[in-house]
Design a binder for this molecule. Structure first.
Ligand code: AOF
Ligand code: ZN
Length: 361
């Protein structure tokens, strides 16, 4: 179906799905376009968990029964069992839809291929996307795809470096990369339910970790990995003091943090995760999984970054690379080429490049 009208309609449905960017966890982003002949007659998307699925939203937007020849294009296989909402397969059959174009299969073990089979058994023509359309529909929901099959938090990392692999800005500067690269980071902060830094970065940079986009600012859950209680006495830090401090979580190892550290943090407003001694990163991911957090975007400094690389726990990365000489030559070059990322360089502004995707390290 490469390049045909079905791909065009799926591309439009993907645009609709992205309207709920970051808002659907733990559900996927899904978009749907209903066509009659060449005309798009209704659109829908899944706005947040608990609200109608994209297919149902499109049928409702139509406000009448679809014509007999109508086609429903949807970025994800229609669901086939009751969750928070009734199954979309039933809604499509009840509406008399006889042709469905599906962007990608739903990896949810409750559905995976079942929706397609039920539709076909009911005599509906089902067309499955392939090639770049299928890939785009699947990639959009990398967080959901990981969560639904493993019930485990996906750990991702964002790094801004220069071409020597250093990540600490030049003395007196705040940034290594340019504006476009930083704007791109904001989109990923907006997608992930949780953004994390180490205590070193919290102390050195005093970051707010909010997602500041042209359409407004939002605050993800903000996680500080403060294993040994280095934030003690720094109640002035933005993460502990700003208006969003109830959205901050401090993870610590009670055996290593000063006594009273956890209570001191809680009294300021943030939550505390006391991680039992052992592998700290693994403990944090286990706790985040229990809490239903589908993904953490870590923005590490050199020492945490090196630890994460050694841990084998990293699943995704966004590496923004500025020309050599943009980082502090006194800092360790810890993220050197070649990176175990797909060959996907994107240019951002005049100087910066981004390499991103599944981390195969
Ligand atoms: C669809 N269309 O727009 C979405 C789907 O709890 P519920 O009822 O919202 O169901 C959630 C599951 O439904 C979710 O895990 C995923 O498998 C599927 N999401 N399916 O047909 C949609 N959001
Ligand atoms: Zn559904």
């Amino acid at each position: 179906m490469a390049g045909g009208p079905a791909d065009r309609h799926l591309a439009r449905a993907l645009g609709l799905a992205r309207r709920a960017w970051g808002d659907t966890h733990p559900n996927p982003m899904v978009g749907a376009v209903l066509t009659e002949g060449d005309a798009v007659v209704a659109e829908g998307w899944h706005a947040r968990a608990g609200e109608p699925h994209a297919e149902v939203a499109a049928l409702r937007a139509l406000g009448r029964r679809p014509l007999p020849g109508a086609t429903l294009h949807v970025t994800l296989e229609p669901c086939s069992s009751h969750g928070r909402t009734p199954p979309c397969v039933d809604a499509l059959l009840a509406a008399g839809i006889r042709r469905v174009v599906v962007g990608t299969l739903d990896p949810n073990p409750l559905h995976a291929g079942r929706g397609i089979r039920l539709l076909r058994e009911a005599g509906v023509e089902v067309v499955l996307a392939d090639g770049p359309s299928e890939l785009a529909c699947r990639e959009l929901n990398f967080l959901f795809n990981h969560w639904i099959s493993r019930r485990r938090t996906l750990l991702a990392m964002k790094v801004a470096r220069d071409a020597t692999g250093r990540t600490v800005p030049l003395p007196g500067r705040r940034w290594i990369t340019g504006e476009e690269a930083r704007a791109d980071v904001m989109r990923w902060r907006r997608l992930f339910p949780c953004v994390a830094v180490g205590a070193g970065t919290a102390l050195a940079d005093n970051p707010a970790l909010t997602a500041r986009l042209p359409e407004g600012a939002t605050c993800p859950l903000r996680l500080v990995l403060d294993r040994s209680g280095r934030l003690q006495g720094r109640g002035d830090l933005a993460l502990l003091a700003d208006a969003h401090r109830a959205r901050t979580i401090v993870a610590l190892d009670p055996a290593r943090a000063p006594s009273g550290h956890a209570d001191w943090i809680r009294a300021l407003g943030p939550a505390v995760w006391e991680i039992a001694p052992g592998d700290f990163l693994e403990g944090v991911l286990a706790r985040a999984s229990q809490e239903g957090i589908v993904g953490i975007l870590l923005e590490p400094g050199p020492s945490l970054g090196q630890e994460v690389l050694r841990s084998g726990l990293l699943r995704r990365a966004w590496v923004y690379t500025a020309p050599a000489g943009r980082a502090d030559p006194a800092s360790p070059p810890w993220l050197a080429d070649p990176l175990p990322l797909p060959p996907s360089p994107v240019s951002l502004g005049a100087d910066d490049a981004l390499l991103s995707g599944e981390w195969r390290g």
